[in-house]
Unconditional design. Structure first.
Length: 372
């Protein structure tokens, strides 16, 4: 078989598999069988798909493959968090992280090689952006994790999936949407919409599209109580400021599987963590049904930022709680293997030349203004 001409069935959603079978005169139920074998059973070898007709298996062997991204590294943290580095070609590798907890197991997956949003506190953004991941590269992270974490008793280990890894999911909309639909498909991964969460920095038009196309739980990276500060921390805010973002959140609730929006807020010492800023945040969200997930900043080299002390974080959270807002402070997990929130970096061939532009900007600052 010429592998270069073979169809990678990992790149096919349910409709794509149906079309592939129909083009070869196969019934639609064969596509459902393939979907179950590849995704539910985690089988990549066509000879093991025993309920397929022998003629179809032979055709699959000659015309198709299930080509997964290769696992380059597999690290386990002292707290049980597990991180995989997966090769997506051309010098790029992305990371996926599994976080085990008493009541659930959450897999955090990536949607882009790098990220063009370049949030100030995020390690991924500092590497720049190479390209969008394909459907197979996104869903392949879930495939590998389920395979690696499989239990002999058949009990599901991964109960939740969050698209909070490398990249902005809504800037890779088509592949992300196809991956979400596979996650929800009972013939594939069978997750509920409440247990799949997409995190966005606020791509307003695509939030509206997601609400119409495949409304899963939504987490919005907020990180600031006003436009001036958010412009600095989340550059996308200059295009979609807070008023537009919050209006989009309200519209999304008309479709969402949960009756609230989760706001993620990375606490940065001396930047966005004051009691006054917490009060400003309360005023900002008003009566929007929401909960806050406060995330202590996870340091990475060259960030120039620091994590607040426990008292500062507690005081910030108490203001939100006193206003009746459900608020949690996320426990840092996997930081000994750089798997904590904001630390995912992978290996990226930056097409945006971000590092060069950052160095040029630094050179242009008068020496007296450059922090020691």
């Amino acid at each position: 078989m010429n592998v270069n001409l073979a169809t990678n069935l990992l790149e096919c959603d349910a409709q794509g598999l149906t079309d592939w079978c129909a083009e070869r005169g196969e019934k639609a139920y064969r596509a459902r069988q393939l979907l179950r074998w590849i995704h539910r059973a985690g089988v990549a070898d066509f000879t093991q798909m025993t309920d397929l007709a022998k003629s179809l298996r032979e055709r699959l062997l000659s015309e198709a493959v299930v080509a997964l991204p290769a696992v380059l590294q597999d690290h386990v943290s002292a707290d049980g968090t597990r991180k995989w580095l997966l090769d997506v070609g051309a010098g790029n590798a992305v990371e996926a992280v599994f976080i085990p907890e008493a009541e659930r197991g959450t897999l955090c997956i990536s949607t882009q090689a790098g990220c063009a949003v370049n949030c100030r506190f995020c390690s991924t953004g500092k590497q720049g952006f190479s390209r969008n991941l394909s459907l197979g590269e996104i869903i392949g992270q879930l495939w590998w994790a389920r395979h690696a974490l499989a239990r002999a008793d058949g009990e599901r280990v991964i109960s939740n999936v969050v698209l909070m890894g490398m990249g902005e999911p809504l800037l890779n909309y088509d592949a992300t949407l196809a991956a979400l639909r596979l996650m929800l498909d009972d013939n594939a991964y069978g997750l509920s919409r409440r247990r799949v969460t997409l995190s966005t920095s606020g791509v307003v038009p695509m939030m509206d599209r997601l609400g119409e196309d495949c409304a899963v739980a939504l987490a919005v990276s907020l990180h600031a109580p006003n436009d001036a500060l958010r412009d600095e921390l989340v550059p996308l805010n200059r295009k979609y400021p807070l008023a537009e973002l919050l209006a989009a959140c309200r519209r999304y609730l008309d479709h969402a599987p949960r009756d609230f929006i989760t706001f993620e807020y990375v606490l940065l010492a001396g930047v966005n963590d004051s009691v006054a800023q917490a009060r400003e945040l309360v005023a900002l969200v008003g009566d929007l049904p929401c909960k806050f997930n406060l995330i202590p900043f996870n340091p990475f080299p060259g960030s120039g930022l620091a994590r607040p002390g426990r008292d500062a974080m507690r005081a910030f959270g108490e203001v939100l709680l006193a206003a009746g807002l459900v608020t949690t402070i996320r426990k840092t997990r996997g930081d000994d293997i750089d798997a904590a929130c904001g630390q995912l970096a992978g290996e990226i061939q930056d097409r945006t030349r971000l590092a060069e532009r950052a160095a040029a900007t630094l050179r242009a600052i008068p020496i007296a203004q450059v922090p020691a």
